[in-house]
Design a protein around this ligand. Sequence first.
Ligand code: SF4
Length: 340
Amino acid sequence: MKTVKDLVQAGLVNDGAGLEAVAQKYAVGITPAVVALIDRDDPNDPMARQFVPSAAELVQTPDERVDPIGDLTHSPVEGIVHRYPDRVLLKAVHVCPVYCRFCFRREMVGPQGLGTLTPGQMDAAVDYIASHSEIWEVILTGGDPLVLSPRRLRDMMVRLAGIEHIKIVRFHTRVPVVEPERVDAAMIDALTASGKTTYLAVHANHPREFTPEARAAMARMHAGGLALISQSVLLKGVNDDLETLAALMQGFVENRVQPYYLHHPDLAPGTSHFRVSIADGQALVAGLRGRISGLCQPTYVLDIPGGHGKADIRTAAISGGDGCFTVRDWQGGEHAYPPK
Ligand code: SF4
């Protein structure tokens, strides 16, 4: 489902007229697995909120920005983001199976986004990785790398296999929950074809995303030798209550997915209706302690606007009152949040 007309026909929105302007600005995409999860009778359905466009996306606040986490300031060659010494992002593709309404790269993904690396750009990206011996880990993100065919994924993995200093390969993906049928034997073979230790971060934000099909996909990945970690975004009206957040983290662990990142929502354009305050986020994360097992505790992180990297805002965010925080980056630099 890729157009407002599709959404109207499926009964996911009543009146598409106001949404055409949203769809022209930000890509729309909802898979059959997600459509099946949406409760059309609930005007506040957390699944619809994540994937069905809303007129609220046309509201832009002054602190929002096109590149909220500063990818472009750390991109030495097309497709590579080298923000920290020992790891790089490799963004081979800017297409996703779904288009999340809160996406931090919403200006880069979709049919009007940055596209897929050309063979020449991919050669240059791999050359960059090969010529920087300090790079220990390659993180494939995008877009969603699992939209690529197993053949193309395998080709990329075989190229990484030949780079001795790369020890870890990591994928970030929404596919296991939004299009679990893609996770077949050919896909798993391709993901592990580098022979390196391979992690896969499963992006899910609500426990209802753990359908029987999604659970089976995660089980296949685990059995196929992938180490699974989690990635979620703390989103107003989706998972910003203790009960939902606890069930989400327990759901990951039940599926052998180790909770890893709970992201504070980024300052992406048109996403203010999803943002919680850092103080509320800290209270929620503190509430998980004791309530659920130590296995289920995520790290609550903020990508500091401007490309300063992630900060663990359980500890590295100090309240100045009035909703303002001072956030410390990994190099000791201090930044105001929200940015001034
Ligand atoms: S799958 Fe990831 S990159 Fe794609 S729209 Fe959702 S959050 Fe953005």
